[in-house]
Design a protein around this ligand. Structure first.
Ligand code: NAD
Length: 492
């Protein structure tokens, strides 16, 4: 059985606890690897290495262009190993090889794009209102970054943090999810091959309380970039606040996918199915509330259910599979629990509604794609994130009611609007409280376009030029170019 060690200061090292934990394959339910169980001592070593590189090691001496070149090399190496890395992720999280392969093929772009930005981080000369002074700004790295990631898209979500952090000149300690640690430990060795100095990116694996929290609490870590659940996000934020640390949070969602009667129905049906059943619904941007205009409701639901019923479930390693297992056993139980809650709340079950017992699902953690109609937006199934293949359908009369229902939720991550009326598309995109509005599409993301949440879906932005600012701090430099000293007791 493969044993995965921490990666600290350019070397694979044993956990100081001497303990290991199991990584399960969600398709078979079997253990396939053992992962180092980290603790505060391991975090300390990793943070010290990252801090040395930030302040006086070879990394701190590189020019921004040199950092960009290394990041480009890293991108090429990820592209070379994309297939291998994708297969490890499928073994760990059970998501479809078709999806993980596409993701891993796309991940190098984060390193190319942010590598390209590394030497375009410019300060400004400030046109002061005071004579005899020259004032300019510098954008400096915020410090050692603690990056904490979830299990659904391990290396892609790591790239959203690591790439802008490195471009800004920061160094990183990455703590992947305990459910999907292996790919990060394969990936991290590419840093050495690309020519990065040891200690720039470190990986410490383990559980949230034993590794995540010490990382958040470490005084030398000046920025936490966290993706995960709102419950953990709140704890991370409160803890980091005690040291006035920068925090970026990418949390959950209950995203509305809104279809107007004037939409191209076939496209919208595809978008609704992809919004909730792709990745077995295990995405933060899942379009888990489908808002349908009354006049098309019945026809739309019929077509949606007919399409969803064709989904091929089974082995995620097969390119033909369309819906794979749920990644973790607790998540599997949680989804089944929400299906019961929806039934008890009086939502009308149209398909699915429990464990998948099809022979091709074997002993994996599979949930049938599930559709509930007649959902009222006040129900828990409409308000709480399920993070699984469970769709809630809600009717609306007109644009105003669609906006009201869409926004009547604590979250604000994604949203979809399906309409052929350009004016309505613009009005809706203005009124929806969410970090992303997709019009006549769903689930598109790019390294170039800012991503993040409104309300309790998080704070800060990843991707695009906004992301690099999250890893920089501004310094204002004043130079006396001829001002008189004047009265030392009075501010100038
Ligand atoms: P989680 O909050 O359970 O875990 C996320 C990470 O936090 C893991 O690495 C975990 O070990 C760590 N952690 C747990 N307790 C901690 C603690 N006390 N201190 C520090 N770290 C701790 O979330 P999850 O179940 O892995 O992921 C699913 C959640 O992630 C969903 O809510 C989903 O919506 C969200 N998500 C958000 C985005 C986004 O970009 N907004 C993307 C993917 C997933």
């Amino acid at each position: 059985m493969t044993k995965y060690l921490h990666y600290i200061d350019g070397k694979y090292v044993e956990p100081s606890s001497g303990k290991w934990f199991d990584s399960f394959n969600p398709f078979t339910g079997e253990v396939w690897a053992q992962i180092a169980q980290g603790n505060a001592e391991d975090v300390e070593r990793a943070v010290q290495a990252a801090h040395r590189e930030l302040t006086k090691g070879p990394w701190s001496q590189l020019t921004p262009s040199q950092r960009g070149v290394l990041m480009h090399k890293l991108g090429d190496l990820i592209a070379r190993d994309a297939k291998k890395l994708a297969e490890i992720e499928v073994r760990d999280n059970g998501k479809l090889i078709a999806e993980m392969q596409a993701q891993l093929n796309y991940v190098p772009n984060w390193y190319y794009y942010f590598g390209g930005l590394a030497d375009k981080i410019q300060g400004a000369v400030i046109p002061l209102d005071k004579k005899g002074y020259f004032n300019f700004t510098r954008n400096e790295p915020v410090g050692v970054v603690g990056a904490i990631t979830p299990w659904n898209s391990p290396l892609m979500l790591a790239a959203w943090k690591v790439a802008p952090a490195l471009a800004a000149g920061c160094t990183v300690v990455l703590k992947p999810s305990e459910f999907t640690s292996a790919s990060a430990l394969e990936f991290v060795k590419l840093f050495e091959e690309a020519g990065f100095p040891p200690g720039v990116v470190n990986v410490v694996t383990g559980f949230g309380k034993e590794v995540g929290m010490p990382l958040v609490e470490h005084p030398l870590v000046r920025k936490i970039s966290f993706t995960g659940s709102e419950v953990t996000g709140r704890l991370v934020n409160e803890t980091a606040a005690r040291q006035f640390k920068r925090v970026g949070l990418e949390l959950g969602g209950k995203s509305p996918n809104i279809v107007f009667a004037d939409a191209k129905i076939e496209d919208a049906v595809n978008g609704a199915v992809s919004g909730i059943f792709a990745a077995t619904g295990q995405t933060c941007i899942a379009g888990s509330r489908l808002l349908l205009q009354e006049s098309i409701h019945d026809e739309f639901v019929e077509r949606l259910v007919a399409l969803a019923k064709t989904a091929r479930m089974g082995n995620p390693m097969s390119m033909d599979t369309q819906v794979g297992p749920v990644t973790t056993q607790p998540q599997y139980q949680k989804i089944l629990g929400y299906i019961d809650i929806a039934k008890n709340e009086g939502a009308k079950l149209l398909m699915g509604g429990g464990k998948a017992t099809r022979p091709e699902c074997g002993s994996g953690w599979f949930v049938e794609p599930t559709v509930f109609a007649g959902v009222n937006n006040k129900m828990r199934i409409a308000q709480e994130e399920v993070f699984g293949p469970v769709l809630s359908i809600i009717k609306f009369k007109d644009e105003d009611e669609a906006v009201q229902i869409a926004n009547d939720v604590r979250f604000g991550l994604g949203s979809g609007v399906w309409t052929n009326d350009i004016g309505r598309a613009i009005r809706m995109s203005e009124k929806i409280q969410a970090g992303t509005v997709w019009v006549n599409t769903y689930r598109a993301v790019s390294y170039m376009s800012p991503f993040g949440g409104y309300k309790e879906s998080g704070m800060g932005r990843e991707n695009g030029q906004d992301a690099i600012r999250e890893y920089l701090q501004t310094k204002s430099v004043w130079i006396n170019s001829g001002a008189a000293t004047g009265n030392p007791f009075v501010m100038r």
